[in-house]
Design a protein around this ligand. Sequence first.
Ligand SMILES: [Zn+2]
Length: 475
Amino acid sequence: MDEKIREFIYSHKDEIVKDLAELVAIPSVKDEPERGAPFGAEAKRALLKAEEYCQKMGFATSVIGDAVLCADYGQDPELGILAHLDVVPALEDSWNTDPFTLTEKNGVLFGRGAVDDKGPALAALWAMNAVKSLGIPLKKGVRLILGTDEENGSKDLELYKEHAKFPPKVFTPDGSFPVINIEKGMLGVRFSGNTGGNYMEFRGGVTPNAVADKAKAIMRRVTADKVKAAIPEESEAKFTVTERGDNVFISCDGRAAHASTPEKGVNAVTALLSLMNRVTDEPGLRGIEKLFPFGETDGASLGLKCSDESGALTCVLSTLAIMPSGECEGTVDIRFPTCVDLQTVKDKVCSALESHKLKYEIVLGNEPHVVPEDSEFVKQLLSVYERVEGEKGACIAIGGGTYVHNIEGGVAFGAERHNTDVVEPSPKPDTDAGQPSDGSGDTDYHMHGANEFITVEELLKDAVLFAHAIIEVCG
Ligand SMILES: [Zn+2]
């Protein structure tokens, strides 16, 4: 049977790649809602295209809230495979090919959505097709669930929940192999206040969930020489200082990273803040640095430091703006392990901010998501992974949230592979290095960046893996 599935998938390689090319050609980036298209016309078009494939294969389909496509095989679904058809924009100028024209080079498929998540979505559909076409008997049903708003807050799943239930076991191929069973909790906080100063400006960071790689400030009542002399000798952050009239302009270059892995970055915001505090005496500015010292990523200064087998708590001051009037506003991204809960983290952060006279607002709060490693479902997926991939499967914990973060019992199964021999096929030096990515591993699929890719071999292997997962869970 193993051989039959492999044969079926590999003999349909051209069709699978052609389907993917058609899906990639639809720029399903979130857009203004239209009638019958809550996330924009292109997202809906991608959904209808996928429905066409499902129907051609003979699956019963339904569309929920004009936002989620379901394809069912068999009654009473036991397994749900949840993927998404929307993509992030492709505005980077470092693309080597047209992002919306799937382009194959030496077995590598480049295009927006290739790995996130149109490729894996198709692999799941073709897995169902293989099981059906080969007449492999199933005791229970399987449902493919394709959403269109994963990249912008998963409002599509709220629409789904209004009308349908999730099967008892759900995996999403929108993370990485082998199985992600723990996703840390998340807290996003916006704070504001007044630093009390009236002779400086500050601007750093643009993305609330990333370590900033750039920050800039204008200072008065200091000289460029004094600022230059205060630059620490061995700082990983790089500073440029220029003087024009009464103004000293300072810009700081750090290294961007996703907020779930801040240790990979160098925070330009806190680096610049710390330099400014060496040459000026502003209690408000010092207060912010006390809470978020440069180089600290574990929240120790907020009293948050903790860790367990799901990892360490991370805390990032991601953006900060200070007006000449002293009005300031900043955002903080915190990811916490399973040994603490949302309320505890919230209380500590809020009281720390209050003690420095900063007002705050909670913009995002999620408890950690945990599916026990010894649950039947996780064991089933790991055993399939080991059999098909021929290597040991283990659970992983991540700081980011996946599509199943709010689905009880849901895990991520694929589609990125880490620590494998997938050679990064970047024809040019990595021009989007430093682009925040959702991934947490070593192979960089350029998800959300320029030159996103999946290899043909992985696309087909994913379909084989998913077919085995369907048989294991539903057979
Ligand atoms: Zn995704």
